[in-house]
Design a protein around this ligand. Structure first.
Ligand code: SAH
Length: 252
């Protein structure tokens, strides 16, 4: 039997508004054994309030808290980024349940660094922020009208599902996913090429690019996969800019 490697899972709080919620999120992450807590662009950071709300359970996570001022930068070294949202609009998915995600992470978390991103208390994550994520999770609630959980409660439920997930399946070959900054650079390159090719519209290309994102996210991209796509982008850019193909290198 094997479970999720919780030490490899970080909780990322994007633009939390209240110190108390940072503390209670640390506590929830501590309850479930999650590895790290990261805060991006906090609106408030009162250490006393954070530590009191974290209690002893979340003390270590709160003390080791890493603070960033940019979400993409905070995520850049993670191999698999999961967004969470209460709002399940058509442009925000495809969604998975916490349980389905947890099963997927049993394998992925062994050798990859996983980030679970939580949005600001009032507004949650935007669609553009969700595009930085390889998977989007929505925690089921009784009805859409009651879908918005308190930040720390959302952390707790995600952590609980990760803690409980166990598999007795024969382990599949492990996969090493490319870190987020490499995947992002690949998307930038591909976007440039597909704009040049006039395959992507000038209007909101990021949204259309995510049709490829959905395919890639189903598969999971390794370093070599990113290089392959970038090679294709390079070739498209060459041909569109020169109107001819690059000369073949002579085999020696
Ligand atoms: N109205 C906001 C609620 C923000 S609550 C929204 O629509 O998302 C703060 C954060 O808690 C959210 O950004 C999300 O990360 C998490 N959260 C709250 N309810 C959730 C739910 N039902 N499923 C998944 N995450 C949830």
């Amino acid at each position: 039997m094997s479970g999720v490697n919780l030490k490899n899972v970080a909780v990322v709080l994007h633009q939390p508004q209240l110190s108390e919620n940072i503390g209670t999120a640390a506590r929830a992450a501590g309850n479930m054994g999650l590895g790290r807590l990261i805060v991006v662009e906090p609106r408030q950071m009162e250490e006393d309030i954070i530590m009191a709300a974290a209690t002893r359970v979340g003390q270590r996570l709160a003390q080791d808290l890493a603070v960033y001022d940019n979400l993409a930068e905070a995520l850049s070294d993670f191999n698999y980024v999961v967004g969470t949202t209460a709002r399940t609009g058509p442009k925000r998915g495809p969604f998975s349940s916490p349980r389905a995600l947890a099963r997927k992470l049993i394998e992925l978390s062994q050798d990859n660094r996983i980030a679970i991103v939580f949005g600001p208390e009032r507004t949650g994550l935007t669609s553009a922020e969700l595009r930085l994520c390889q998977a989007v999770v929505s925690i089921p609630t009784a009805s859409p009208a009651t879908s918005s959980l308190n930040l720390a409660q959302a952390v707790l439920i995600m952590g609980y599902e990760l803690l409980m997930a166990q598999s007795d399946e024969i382990p599949t070959p492990r996969i090493n996913l490319a870190p987020a900054h490499e995947v992002q650079a690949m998307y930038d390159h591909l976007k440039k090429a597909l704009l040049e090719l006039r395959f992507l519209p000038e209007e909101n290309p990021d949204y259309w690019l995510m049709s490829f994102g959905r395919i890639f996210n189903r598969a999971g991209l390794t370093h070599e996969d990113c290089n392959l796509v970038r090679g294709l982008a390079r070739q498209i850019l060459y041909v569109t800019q020169h109107g001819s193909w690059p000369k073949k290198e002579k085999a020696k």
